[in-house]
Ligand binder design. Sequence first.
Ligand SMILES: Cc1cc2nc3c(=O)[nH]c(=O)nc-3n(C[C@H](O)[C@H](O)[C@H](O)COP(=O)(O)OP(=O)(O)OC[C@H]3O[C@@H](n4cnc5c(N)ncnc54)[C@H](O)[C@@H]3O)c2cc1C
Length: 391
Amino acid sequence: MTNILISGASIAGTTTAYWLHRHGFTVTVVERAPAIREGGYKIDIRGAALQVIERMGLMDAVRARSTDMRVATHYDAKGRPVATMDAALFGGRMGDDIEIMRGDLNELLYELTRDKVEYVFDDSITGIADDGTVTFERAQPRAFDLVIGADGAHSNVRRLAFGEEERFARHLGHYISICTVPNTLGLDREEAVHAAPGRTANVYSTRQDTGAKALFMWSSPPLAYDHRSVTEQKELLARAMEGTGWEVPGLLESVRDAKDFYFDSVGQIQMDRWSKGRAMLVGDAAYCASPASGQGTSLALVGAYVLAGELATGRGADGYERELRGFVAANQALAEANLKGMVIPSRLALWIQIKMIKLLPHLPGRDRMVERIAGPIHRAANAISLKNYME
Ligand SMILES: Cc1cc2nc3c(=O)[nH]c(=O)nc-3n(C[C@H](O)[C@H](O)[C@H](O)COP(=O)(O)OP(=O)(O)OC[C@H]3O[C@@H](n4cnc5c(N)ncnc54)[C@H](O)[C@@H]3O)c2cc1C
């Protein structure tokens, strides 16, 4: 097997392409968007994923682009600051963990691979035949030994090779929306948060950002809506946030004009097997842990490294499953616990949370509290021992 097609040129796709190329495979990447997708939200790289970045020689470049966030401040409904927290602790980061904009990381990964593998933009796979013939929306059919789906939580390759999304998707009882807004709060490498029962609004501006990002998260059973209608999704968000104080009404006004509006359920992909016939899955396509886990990007980086390595050793799909299952389970398990701290169900629980944040710097057992907040994610992020596949 030498000739491999990857669907999706985001974190999982570009990283898989890099490592497959280093192991001597011939790689083509097909991406539905007309170019590498810029911008997006901020993401964390932790634990074993940092080793992958190091082994790709990208550590200095990634650190140079880190968000450099300073502080997170909680506000009450009237706009009064009620508690502040160190930004790293707020984001559950410890030690060498890095926060970076998703688009910046994607750009670095693309630059590293663009001369080594073939990229085909503005196209999508329409069929994968048993003999390896792959058909596309635009390009002529081509033959590949293997097709790797790195095309995200709503993966096209998964649908074509494994079946409809409903079979694998698990709703975690929440929705998330994020978009760019003007930095009317004058934020400088800081986050501003307002939580009301069952809903949270968060605005942040990073070192690189001239504007700001608004992120909303709220509890909700699964909603029926038109996935292509941004107008309908903006209405659903406005309805979910109705009656929320602080800066939320003004933010919702800005959301109306947002061009990069993102809206999705907070959910996971859970599959018994990540390979079938000539298809394999990596990253969110295979084991989306949800934005609530804070580990989606690290899972994509580690998964891509292991998948390429196991293919190179000849252990293939079985080796990939054996090496990665425990790591995926540990990281997917974070999401539900994290959600409890991100969207708070009652006024009493909110009151307790703010009290705890205020008390944190003064507690004698502060380190124990920090460990309680960031420890579980740190342990999950390190729950794999990476092989050196280049030896
Ligand atoms: C709002 C939000 C906040 C997040 N916060 C964090 C965080 O704090 N920390 C963290 O680690 N992770 C976070 N994540 C998750 C993280 O972004 C993903 O887990 C990670 O990017 C996984 O990458 P991926 O390459 O598997 O999938 P994606 O980044 O979703 O990329 C899929 C790629 O496939 C392409 N594609 C889709 N369909 C097709 C098709 N038919 N043909 C060809 N190409 C296609 C897409 O255009 C895209 O380029 C967050 C996610 C969201 C949505």
